[in-house]
Structures are given as structure tokens and as C-alpha cells.
Design a protein around this ligand. Sequence first.
Ligand SMILES: [Zn+2]
Length: 437
Amino acid sequence: MQAPESDLTMTSTKVYLGHVITPLSSTEYLDYVSGALVVNSLGKIVDVAPWHELKDKYINDSNVQIIDFGQRLLLPGLVDLHLHLPQVSQTGRSGEHLMAWLNKYIFPAEARFADTNHARKIAHWFFDELASNGTTLAVVFTTIHKAATDAAFEVALNKGSRVIMGKVMMDANSPEALTEDTETSLRESEELAVKWHGQGDGLLLYAFTPRFGVTATPELLAGVGRLFAKHAGTYVHTHLSEAKEEIQFVSTQFPSARSYLDVYKGFGIIGERTVFAHAIHLDDQDIKTVADSRSSLAHCPSSNFFLKSGVFLYQKIRDAGCLFGLGSDVAAGPSMSLFNVMKDANYMQPDIWIEPPELLYRATLGGAEAAHLQHIIGSLTVGKEADFIVVDPSRKSGIVDDILSQPTDEILSSLVFLGDDRLVEATYVRGRCIFQM
Ligand SMILES: [Zn+2]
């Protein structure tokens, strides 16, 4: 076997051989046990099929490099729809409800990002962790600091990571060190969006990132709505209806709004490329608004477990046709591994069973759909960019040695219920290897 390349140069077409599994929908997936994934020099997928169907086409071509992963799995890269870069050092801090936990651990950690050297160091750690967990698209909060956010984008660009990211915006009810002037927050966010949105040939995308309703004035949210409308293709990423105490506070801040979602909607923060994290305590009208507007939800079950925030209305939200995927919500979520989050999404529901193929879909194609990037990533389909991971379930103790010889349903079950970062051998974004064990 040839080792996967790790340099920047891609001069030839590459054929990756392995067990190709890729979701087509929440219930269907393609399954080629002896499959081939063919990627051109631009990082695009040009063929996916059983190897015996493609062998004659590629085997004698001197411009083609064949990389054989044997029985190991080739899966679409994982999509993490919600997590916090500055909190990577704060996982596992003894659980309390949201507001107390923020004040005790998170706000002090974020205040340290005024030191850009510290911020850059943590950004390296963060993007390396993402890659080693097999995450090939992450939707990320940084902190309020412009220089720290610049540094985070620079690190992502250099590592070849794919990210939707933005500077956090907080101008009310925040610790002094994390309270911004409203105009400065809006101006710096716009400068960052202009500088970074679309860089890296589209690997880097910008999200205007008001933290949540608690820490925003009406003027800030109105400004976010204006910037979102003005800068085509950008995102808004924020928290919605996570904890009861938070919701109560927001209702007193914005007494004329019917619900927390209506606060955002009233300022134009709604619709495609709006990502709401958590969205636990929604009523029927809110769920209909999310579905009708094609806004997206980041379901973060591990975090909801940790902070005891409540149970996401999975079945109701799915049946309403809402776009949603999974988020680790590090650091309230203790692990960056989407395999752990898939397991928790099932465990969290007291009454329904979510099948492993659906969980894999939520962490890949479903997440890409929620990010409105399903035409580019999310599945191993001809014409898409080659974001994929190489996975070997037998790397983890507790998973039987011969798992790769078992039926695919059994393999998916072992991934979802026993998987973690130890399973990921290599991670590719747009055909470039960004992590290799
Ligand atoms: Zn969060």
C-alpha cells in the first residue's frame, strides 16, 4: 500500500480503494464493499463504483495513483454544525446549568483570547483536533476578539480546513472583558466577513455570530440582520432556546416577541444559511417557522445531556421537514467526535429509536443540507468535492476484530454506538489529506 500524500501538490488523479459507504438520504445508502473513489487533481470526485467496474479504465494509466485501503471504510467527512473554538480547553468542567457554567468556566476562558498568541495556539490545537476526529466541515464560534478570529481563519487556511466561522458578538449582560460597543462589534464583524468569506477557494465561509438573545441589544440584532442581508452567501450562527433560565431572561428583554425564535425573526435573522444551535424548547409554531423558512437547527445531544438543558423534539422536528444536523457543542459537549454525538442523539430520545444509517446521514449529508452545501459536500457522489475519511472500527477495543468482514448494517451499528476518534485513520478535505494517523 502506498501512503496517502500529505503535501499540497496534486498532480494526478487518485483512486482510493476501500469499502465505500455513503448516505443518499436518511434511510438509504450506497454500499460498495470493494469500492473505488476516484478524485481528480482539483479534489473533485469523478467516479464512485465497485472497483471491478472501474479497474480497466484506471489500472494502466500512468497519471493515476492507486491507494489501497483494503477493507477499511471510506465515508463522507463528518459535519459538526455547532462548536466553540476557544472552549476546546474547557471540556469536562463539572456540569452545571448553562448560565452558571458560562460564568464560572467559559467566559474567563474566552477573555484570554484578548492575547492573540494564546488564541493562535488554541486555534492550532482546535483545527488539529477537528481533523483527527474526521470532521471536514465545522460551524464555529470564536470569541469577540477580531485579531483572535483573524488568527483562527489564518490557521484554518494554512491547514486546509473547511469552516463556517465568525467573531462572537456580545454587547449586553456580559462580563466587562467580553462586552463590546455595538458599533465596533458590527464594524469588525463586517470587516472580517469581507476579508474571509469565500477565501481558500470557498473553504472558508463567514457567519455573523451573535452569541444569544441574552447578550444582545436590539440594535446589535438589527445590525446583524442588515449585514446578513447585505453580504450574499454569508451565514448567521447563534444559540436558540437552550435553557429555561435563558429563555425566561430573553422574554423579559424582548417582551413584544411571541417566542425566542420570533426575537431573531423580527430582526431578519431567519431563513437559508441561518443556523440555530440547540432549539430544544420550541413550540409547534416555531417548528413550522423553522421548516417554512428553511432555517437550520444544530442538534447537540451530548451538550444537552451535560448541561441538563432538555430533550430535542427529534421526531416532531424531523416530521415537520426541518433541516437539521448534529453539533458537538464543545465544550458543553465533552467530545469533538461526531461518533459520540450520533450515539447520544439516539440515547437522548426516551421513546424513539434512531437507526444507525439515519444517524450517519445526520452527521454527513444531513449536516451538509443544513449548511446549504449539499451540492458541494456531504456524500461521496460524482461532481462533489472529495471530503472523506478513512475509518477502521477494529482500532478500538470493544469492537470485534472481524467487524470489517461483517454485514454493513453491523458495521454502521458499531460505528455509531462504539465509535470515537480512534477509528479515524485519515481525513481528506477537497482531496487533500489534512490528517493521517
Ligand atoms: Zn454553543
